[in-house]
Design a protein around this ligand. Sequence first.
Ligand SMILES: Cc1cc2nc3c(=O)[nH]c(=O)nc-3n(C[C@H](O)[C@H](O)[C@H](O)COP(=O)(O)OP(=O)(O)OC[C@H]3O[C@@H](n4cnc5c(N)ncnc54)[C@H](O)[C@@H]3O)c2cc1C
Length: 438
Amino acid sequence: MSTTTDVVIIGAGFAGLTAARELTQQGYSVKILEARGRIAGRTWVENRMGRNLELGGTWVHWVQPHVWAEMTRYGIGVVTGPEFEKAYWWADGQRHEGPAERVLEIIDEPNRRLLEQARELIPLPYQPLNNPAVKGVDHESVSARIDALGLGEEARQLMRTFWSLNFNGNIGDAAFTQALRWCSAASGDWMLMFEACATYKVEGGTVALADAILADTAADLHLNTPVERVEQNNDGVTVTTADGATHSARAVIVTLPLNALNTVEFSPALSEGKQAAAARGQAGLGAKLWIKVKGKWDRFVAFGGEDWPINFVQSEYFDEDSTTLVAFGPDGNAVDVEDKDAAQAVLDKLVPGIEVLEVAGHSWVGDEFAKSTWPMHYTGYLSEHLEEMQRPEGNVFLAGSDYANGWGGFIDGAIESGLTTARNVAARLGRHKESVTR
Ligand SMILES: Cc1cc2nc3c(=O)[nH]c(=O)nc-3n(C[C@H](O)[C@H](O)[C@H](O)COP(=O)(O)OP(=O)(O)OC[C@H]3O[C@@H](n4cnc5c(N)ncnc54)[C@H](O)[C@@H]3O)c2cc1C
């Protein structure tokens, strides 16, 4: 079967949905080919352990302009997370506990120093290469920069865990510039940056926002339709799906995560630069896990050792006889999202007397359509690859959070990239068609 449309979009995550809405509202015909049986990509709300849980992307903030504008557009509010009163942390080979502010105090001055050049090197977060001097530090790792601060052991270990949490991965090759980009997007304030990462959830779940965008597009959505091949020819592009069907279009927007990009065959092949970036991938290779524990616990955060399978936990939902925690670890392959004993073993070292009842999560690293969690780039990506990833090749355009300028790594980045790419595709296809009135 072969059908023709103006634009085929591969992937119905936030980038693909946003691009689809923009293009259909300008009158272009759009077909979305989505591999999974659901929309929303690396965000996923599922009923687990008796409540709707965000297994993927969750938190949003008003300093993230693209996602915030979408929430305003569709009248979707936020749900505020708990204000923490207590903290547990592991440092110097032992467990510590104290008020939550204590942990922030320990990492405040080190984070200020680590990120003091954020606004100087990245004065315009949506033009991350605007100051060429940023290239001079793009091969430095977060790990090396933390160690160069000359901190005492407790602060050093907490900082390393904190940044391993932010990268959801190993910080050995994690780009220092990625940390600068986050902080610059939060106007140079690391505490605002941290607040943006884990405080405000989307009312009704991220799926409410994804559904609202989908409902606002006239695109033809095909679920359970993995794409295997993208071929450019004189007439445009032909996309072949796993069921053997071909879909012709004038242009294609590919929203695959960087780590999954090389799973699709391109003819002609993507540039060497794009292939190399995809082969290296990005550092967000960790895990996110929900843990239900017995009893009503305090509002606490807990930082484990940097390389523990679970190195950060915070209490999120409080019921009469149980508390639901959200947890992260730097190595998705080291965490079995169904293994409650493994979660218990980690929590035993941090939070005395806690009893795990159930766990839930999704292995994003083992998911062939993600192969990663949130995009956190390796050293060199910003200076060597970002612009190349954003450069269309013929009528093949990439879009997605992995290729965003501002809050790359976030839902906001996916929406930003979807908007930008839709604009570029419309420009390529010629005069904007008349808006569709519904
Ligand atoms: C565990 C976790 C926690 C996160 N936490 C946050 C957070 O708190 N706040 C925040 O803002 N962001 C967070 N993120 C990041 C955020 O979810 C992503 O950056 C964003 O959702 C990415 O959107 P996207 O459209 O760029 O990519 P994706 O959502 O990955 O969309 C790509 C789509 O392409 C599809 N696809 C892949 N291969 C094929 C193929 N061969 N054929 C057809 N379709 C294909 C996929 O199924 C997917 O639907 C988190 C992500 C994870 C995984």
